[in-house]
Design a protein around this ligand. Structure first.
Ligand code: DP6
Length: 411
């Protein structure tokens, strides 16, 4: 049996993709840009195996076997077409994939999942890109945002002009080393699968929202340029303001959809108010929300401890520690002077992840394989429990994980 194992990070769009130009090719109505987060915190890990003896292509997500979604089949056939060794690429594959974070709750889990699948299959079949961004074109077929998760740092996914979608690809604008002070706090407001998937939500928005039409034509092209310039100049105030405005406009297009789509919750809105109050007359932090109620807050390291302490003060947990970080920061709750009146909302933010800007998808050594080479199936059940979050205990936790596992890879 041949195997390859890869990890891919999640990414957070600061100018959002919402709406498809061509649903079959999965090309977008507008270009988008994102920041890659640290794969040590928020990543998908995937092992792919091929063996002449496999009788079918099979997939296990977070330990459970699932039907192989059509989008994964499209990814497989696009990669098969460019594989150098056709007899190897014709063999069936077994795919074992795990997520280190709650799936399908607006945390770009499909981005990490499909980027990881593409990276792992390319490694398994010895595929080298014939032009920069070729693998991102394939990842895009799995999930649009996955095109941006192959690379680290600051990444732009170009809308593209060609009819066949071959130039709708991602390119790195700045590496993960470019802005070391930039960091993100992911506030997990919900670990439940979202109500309206991004795929169906954006189709309804594209069909019904005048505001989306205006946004894609008149707002996004210039905003992408300004965002890139701000990122390259490490101009936090401009980067942050554009990030908040773009998130707000994206959610406005969701409300302008008929019937409306509402991804933000009361807790999301409380976080928005908190950030504006924290900013006062300046701009020290920015929020952004994808297709779910979870907030991602961008800020520079100098303000991280103060903001995290404030968040822990306002959103305490009865079940203890709920911070995971790759940056040195203390999980102490504290409100600065003048914040004595702030509302405390208990047990509504389930987890905080604190991350720097991360690198792209990577090949992992064979010791990190998720595959039992004797059976061609997931290595061991106990391995799965490591991906369970601390708040997931008892029977309901298992239900959350398995329902979400099903939702992460789009059909
Ligand atoms: C709000 O990439 O999940 O996160 O291409 O249909 O799989 P599909 O959509 P998906 O949409 C992500 C939408 C978003 C914004 C973004 O990441 O740009």
């Amino acid at each position: 049996m041949r195997t390859a194992t890869c990890a891919a990070p999640t990414n957070i769009a600061v100018v959002k993709y919402w709406g498809k130009a061509d649903a079959a090719l999965n090309t977008p109505l507008n270009s988008s840009v994102s920041v890659t987060l640290d794969a040590a915190l928020l990543a998908a890990t995937t092992t792919v195996a091929s063996n002449p003896g496999f009788s079918a292509t099979r997939l296990w997500l977070n330990g459970e076997e699932c039907p192989v979604p059509n989008r994964a089949l499209s990814v497989l056939s696009a990669l098969r077409a460019i594989a150098p060794d056709q007899s190897l690429a014709r063999q069936h594959v077994h795919i074992v994939s795990e997520n280190s974070f709650p799936t399908a709750a607006g945390l770009a889990s499909s981005a990490a999942g499909y980027a990881c699948l593409v990276k792992a299959l390319a490694e398994l079949w010895g595929i080298k890109e014939q032009f920069p961004g070729q693998l991102s074109v394939v990842a895009r077929m799995g999930s649009g945002s996955a095109s941006r998760s192959l690379q680290g740092g600051f990444v732009r996914w170009n809308k593209g002009e060609r009819e066949d979608g071959s130039d709708s690809l991602a390119e790195q604008i700045a590496s993960e080393a470019h802005w070391p002070e930039l960091c993100a706090v992911v506030c997990v407001v919900s670990d439940q699968a979202k109500d309206t998937s991004s795929t169906s939500g954006m189709q309804t928005t594209a069909a019904t929202s005048e505001l989306l039409r205006y946004r894609t034509r008149h707002v996004v092209p210039e905003r992408v340029e300004r965002m890139e310039a701000a990122y390259l100049a490490r101009d936090f105030a401009t980067f942050a303001k554009l990030t908040m405005q773009d998130s707000n406009q994206f959610h406005a297009t969701c409300l302008d959809t008929y019937p409306p789509i509402m991804y933000l919750s009361d807790v999301s809105r409380a976080i928005i108010r908190l950030v504006h109050r924290f900013n006062g007359d300046g701009v020290r932090a920015a929020y952004t929300f994808d297709a779910g109620p979870n907030a991602v807050l961008f800020l520079e390291r100098q303000h991280l401890q103060e903001l995290l302490s404030l968040l822990l003060h306002c959103f305490p947990s009865s079940t203890g520690v709920h911070v995971k970080t790759t940056l040195p920061v203390d999980a102490v709750a504290k409100a600065p002077r003048g914040w004595e009146d702030v509302a405390i909302v208990r047990d509504c933010v389930k987890m905080f992840y604190v991350s720097g800007v991360g690198g792209g998808a990577t090949v992992l050594p064979p010791e990190q394989s998720l595959m039992d080479e004797a059976t061609g199936q997931p290595l061991r059940v106990s391995h799965r429990s490591s991906s369970l979050q601390p708040w997931m205990v008892g029977a309901s936790a298992v239900a959350v994980v398995s329902a979400a596992a099903f939702a992460v890879w789009k059909r």
